[in-house]
Design a protein around this ligand. Structure first.
Ligand code: ATP
Ligand code: MG
Length: 454
């Protein structure tokens, strides 16, 4: 299973000829042993960064203060890091000093988890595994190297890395390591929002992302990072497969496309405000009036807090705001057009995907929903026919209305244009310059200018 990628041989022999060694380290060794696709090939050597810079022709000193240089070799980039032993960690995130060492075992000892603490000697294909990473791969365990208490107090990012690797590899977290994460969970507050965002993003696009949120709940990380989700624990809702809002959100999350981070967030947060909106009527039935709007606001606040790009945040909030539509076959074509106009042609497909995830979150089963399939077909027809769906698509614009009818620009103009759009959504045949001018004129005189004069 351990095949040294051929491209590493010439790199290693440059180092060997100069009297240094060359190891493949970290994620690549782990992923090879797990039978997973290997992405980056990270190398470690006892040569100093200055020496590495001299030995290779095309090098970039990407992280020279940490001993890392990037070499460009046959069109690809490789990071080579000099064996390190980290000094004390002052701020719970970064070592105060980095010392170089001649020992690969010492270098592996500063790494976070046993599965990440292995090295493959490139020339002899020898595996260096001082912390039994291979055993933990067999046992499917994430286990801290050395004393977990110390390792998590050194660097709080490791708290989230443990969860993320557990989800990515579909491993459990070793009990002692798990207990240490829980004990040190409040350290996560020292980690920058950007780093937390990146860990959460990697976790959320895995098949069983919900499993990661469960670990975060057990270890208290959720209380610090996404406390809003905990409000749903014990709040019942209409779903056979999930006892409460919290479980419904986790199930919906797993029901969404794992390749789509935005859909995963929309699924996880679509009902997040339900606990704040719950009301019971005189018959004892629960209602969550307004939870779509408030969930969209809460989702937006959460994603801004995690420093997600505005595009993603807005799209997720938009989907959540519109997720409560209630389709039935009795909708006429105008109703379908109004639905597409309200949601926007750019978002309507995703909204139907969110609905599919939501019904998985209720039933725990993936089944085709004939009504939603019908709506999808009808929406596609509307979008394909390029019928007018927004004011921009109308056959007249504000300038026309001002010039031809004398409507002043401003609020009244907006009212008239919206009325025209309503008319065209009702009947696309109206979308013609002369007809729209006639409608606009009548509407303006009878409903806006006229009543004002009376
Ligand atoms: P992936 O790149 O797939 O997320 P990886 O294992 O390559 O996984 P990186 O973040 O690229 O993870 O780090 C490379 C290696 O550096 C890790 O395998 C681990 O040995 C070490 N490492 C990274 N971050 C830390 C950390 N915070 N504490 C200790 N060791 C770390
Ligand atoms: Mg990596």
């Amino acid at each position: 299973m351990l095949r040294v990628p051929a491209v590493l041989k010439p790199i290693a022999s440059i180092l060997h000829q100069a009297g240094y060694c060359c190891y493949l380290v970290g994620g690549a060794v782990r992923d090879m042993l797990c039978g997973r696709r290997v992405t980056d090939l990270d190398l470690a050597t006892d040569a100093t960064p200055q020496t590495v810079m001299k030995l290779f022709r095309r090098v970039i000193p990407t992280g020279i203060e940490h001993g890392t240089v990037t070499i460009l070799f046959k069109g690809r980039q490789y990071e080579i890091t000099t064996f390190r032993s980290d000094g004390d960690y002052g701020d719970g995130r970064h070592p105060q000093r980095v010392d170089f060492t001649r020992s690969i075992v010492e270098d592996l000892g500063r790494r976070d988890f046993t599965v990440n603490g292995m090295a493959l000697e490139v020339r002899e294909k020898r595996l260096i595994d001082p912390f039994d990473g291979r055993g933990d791969i067999r046992r499917r365990l994430i286990r801290a190297i050395g004393d977990p208490e110390q390792r998590f107090s050194e660097d709080s990012l490791r708290l989230m890395r443990a969860v993320r690797f557990a989800v990515q590899l579909e491993f459990s977290i070793d009990a002692t390591t798990h207990a240490a994460i829980r004990r040190h969970s409040d350290g996560i507050r020292r980690v920058s929002a950007e780093r937390i965002r990146d860990e959460l993003s990697k976790m959320l696009v895995e098949r069983d992302a919900a499993g990661g949120l469960r670990i975060m709940r057990e270890t208290q990380l959720l209380r610090h990072l996404l406390p809003e989700l905990l409000e749903g624990i014990g709040v019942p809702q209409d779903s056979q497969a999930a006892p409460d809002v919290f479980e419904h959100l986790l199930l919906t999350l797993n029901g969404a496309d794992p390749q789509r981070l935005d859909m995963r967030w929309a699924a996880l947060l679509h009902d997040v405000a339900k606990p704040r909106c719950v009301q019971s009527d005189s018959a004892g039935a629960l209602h969550f009036y307004g939870h779509d709007t408030l969930s969209a606001e809460m989702a937006s606040a959460i994603l801004v807090r995690l420093r997600y790009p505005r595009r993603l945040t807005e799209h997720v909030a938009h989907l959540i705001r519109h997720h409560m539509f209630d389709y039935s076959s009795t909708w006429n074509d105008a109703a379908v057009r109004r639905f597409v106009a309200r949601v926007g042609p750019h978002a309507v497909d995703d909204l139907l995907l969110l609905r599919a995830a939501d019904s998985y979150g209720k039933s725990g089963r993936r089944r085709a929903d004939p009504a939603i399939n019908e709506l999808r077909r009808r929406v596609a027809a509307v979008v394909q026919q390029e019928q007018a769906l927004s004011i921009r698509d109308l056959a007249v614009n504000g300038n026309d209305l001002q010039r031809e009818i004398g409507i002043p620009s401003g609020r009244d103009m907006g009212t008239v244009l919206r009325f025209l759009l309503e008319s065209v959504l009702d009947d696309p045949a109206q979308n013609e310059r002369q007809r729209l001018l006639t409608i606009a004129e009548r509407f303006y005189r009878e409903r806006i200018a006229g009543p004002r004069q009376r």
